[in-house]
Design a protein around this ligand. Structure first.
Ligand code: TYD
Length: 136
């Protein structure tokens, strides 16, 4: 079982290296520190595009680069954290009330997002100043 501190966190996933091809997996109860309500993925991102640039009020997420690479730029209200995701055997846990932006997508990159809540427009904070107030 992973140790979990509640904040933004890189979580290593199992990797079964094999000459026939590698295998990794996610078990909800072992690797994801919330109940999974939704899974979505971002793909076919044209070069130079940016996704995200918002925070969620209550939704926690876990993001894995299943293919290719991209940068995950997070802000916890105090400081910025930047991760370059380029392997599929780890992910980043993003607690609620974290400003998040995905950028610098490589060709054919595939971002898997596991979320603790279903989709709701009311969950989004799309203004950085409002985010700073909410996170205080
Ligand atoms: P959005 O979260 O704004 O994309 P990003 O933050 O990556 O730029 O979502 C884009 C659109 O897709 C928006 O109209 C809402 C819709 N959407 C859903 O219907 N369900 C979902 O689970 C997600 C993530 C988005």
């Amino acid at each position: 079982m992973m140790s979990f501190n509640g904040g933004i966190q890189k979580i290593d996933l199992p990797k079964i290296f094999d000459e026939r091809g590698n295998l990794s997996f996610i078990e909800a109860s072992k690797h994801i520190p919330f109940n999974i309500e939704r899974v979505y993925w971002i793909y076919d991102v044209p070069g130079g595009e940016v996704r995200g640039s918002h925070a969620f009020k209550e939704t926690h997420e876990f993001i894995v680069a299943l293919s290719g690479s991209f940068d995950l730029v997070l802000h916890d209200g105090v400081r910025e954290h930047k991760f370059s995701l380029n392997r599929s055997y780890y992910g980043i846990y993003i607690p609620k009330l974290t400003w998040r932006r995905l950028e610098n997508f490589s060709t054919n990159s595939l971002a898997l997002v596991i979320a603790s809540k279903g989709f709701s427009v009311d969950e989004y904070i799309r203004n950085f100043d409002q985010f700073k107030i909410a996170v205080r």
